[in-house]
Design a protein around this ligand. Structure first.
Ligand code: MEV
Length: 442
């Protein structure tokens, strides 16, 4: 049985590893070596990573790749992607190249408003609460000035605060529902600090409000927190071309391709089982760029999937149409991203990723990320509706299978050549490698 431990966070990194090794691994296991081999020899860099979180014992690497040739609103980008899934960067690069020859991606930011809420309980008269809110609304904003001053100088800040009555859902439940413009910051800290100040002011001013009875003055604050649902922080990315230009092989015509592609989208629009996988493919592209640029992919994931369900059924995030012989394919998603603050100025690879994108504003980054999602979905649907997904996917996965069998460089070269014309599967790779090794032994 595992042991409990108190004061673990106070132990040195080596002592933490000792405890982990002692508690969870036999003496023959090389756990200590595995953990320590990921330590960076640059002590300052290692310390930076150690200090990102509590109880760091090592680093967890993900591949950092790039997908070049993305033409977005007439500007060329190479998009950085942090992801472990074999085929994602290859698919992005392929889609980028495809659309490079067909006018590239067109994007625009529709809106940039973010939301935060103070959740509170009040059991008094509704009118008294409304009067109180009206009387202190400007003070709620005024008391936040030390927090909002700099943001306001740059053109952002608190946009509005509403009192929302939620008593139909929960007895006594109201919200201060506030909207914010946080410019190039993702804004979580800014919004949460403002909300906590609203809560303080709300509670303390209630005690002084003459329009309340003594009981009504006792407002109970449940919590103050931003919302990761940002349906008014929206970006759109689109590609379009003549239907006939969609064909780039003799295997199918542009029209055949376009019709099948549209059917695939329609299925994802009405069928949640398919929509989830369809959108997962989109998130392959989105998360990879969000992660490479030091943004919060969990926030993005939560917000995007809520948006995908906004009409009461989980549905596709992408759409397509054919009008007057023109094929148009687009994506509209909510994205709360930052290009200042958080990891963006701290993590050397994140800084490099943002430099590679030419130091984008948050609005520009929203557009780049949306394009990565649209490109990924295009690549997935193109494979799914033509060759099937496994051909490309398994080709990219071949190296992982070879590594699983500890293939050496010579074996890898021979098998890569072999599988250029043969179907990749785990068993096929195992058999071919076994044969090769037998031949060499003979
Ligand atoms: C795999 O990671 C993503 C796909 O399943 C997406 C899709 O089915 O559209 C290929």
């Amino acid at each position: 049985m595992s042991k409990t431990i108190s004061g673990f966070s106070k132990l040195s990194k080596s002592k933490k590893i000792d405890w982990i090794v002692e508690t969870y691994f036999s003496s023959s296991h090389d756990a200590e070596h595995i953990l320590k081999q990921y330590w960076n020899s640059d002590e300052k860099l290692q310390q930076l990573h150690d200090e990102f979180i509590e109880n760091t014992i090592t680093n967890y690497y993900l591949p950092f790749g790039v997908a070049p040739n993305f033409l977005i609103n007439g500007k060329l980008y190479t998009i950085p992607m942090a992801i472990e899934e074999s085929s994602v960067v290859a698919a992005a690069s392929k889609a980028a190249k495809f659309w490079l020859d067909r006018g590239g991606f067109k994007t625009h930011v529709i809106s940039t408003t973010k939301i935060g809420q103070v959740h509170l309980i009040y059991h008094g008269r509704k009118d008294a609460l409304k009067d109180f809110f009206t009387s202190i609304k400007s003070k709620l904003i005024e008391d936040c000035k030390p927090i909002t001053k700099n943001m306001e100088l740059r053109g952002g800040g608190i946009l509005d605060i509403e009192l929302r009555d939620k008593t139909q859902n929960i007895k006594g439940y109201y919200q201060l529902h506030a909207s914010f413009e946080t410019l190039d910051a993702m804004g979580a800290n800014f919004i949460n600090s403002c909300l906590e100040q609203f809560a303080k002011t709300f509670k303390s001013e209630a005690l002084l409000f003459n329009g309340f009875t003594e009981d009504e003055k006792n407002i109970h604050i449940v919590m103050s927190i931003l919302s990761n649902y940002v349906p008014d922080c929206l970006v759109r990315a689109e590609v379009s071309c003549k239907v006939e230009d969609l064909s780039d092989s003799d295997a199918f015509s542009g029209e055949e391709f376009a019709n099948k592609f549209l059917q695939a989208i329609q299925i994802a629009e009405i069928e949640p089982y398919r929509a989830v996988t369809h959108n997962k493919g989109i998130m392959n592209g989105i998360d990879a760029v969000v992660l490479a640029t030091g943004n919060d992919f969990r926030a993005v994931e939560a917000g995007v999937h809520a948006y995908a369900s906004r009409n009461g059924i989980y549905s596709s995030l992408t759409h397509a149409k054919i009008e007057n012989g023109i094929f148009t394919f687009w994506l509209e998603i909510p994205l709360a991203l930052g290009t200042v603050g958080g990891l963006t100025g701290l993590h050397p690879l994140v800084k490099l990723a943002l430099d590679m994108l030419k130091k984008p504003s948050a609005k520009e980054l929203m557009q780049i990320v949306a394009v990565a999602g649209l490109a990924q979905n295009f690549a997935a649907l193109r494979s799914l509706t033509t060759t099937g997904i496994q051909q490309g996917h398994m080709k990219m996965h071949l190296m992982n299978i070879l590594n699983q069998f500890n293939a050496n460089d010579a074996e890898k070269a021979i098998l890569i050549e072999h599988f250029k014309t043969n179907t990749v599967s785990f068993n096929a790779v195992a058999d071919t490698l076994a044969h090769l090794r037998m031949r060499i032994d003979d």
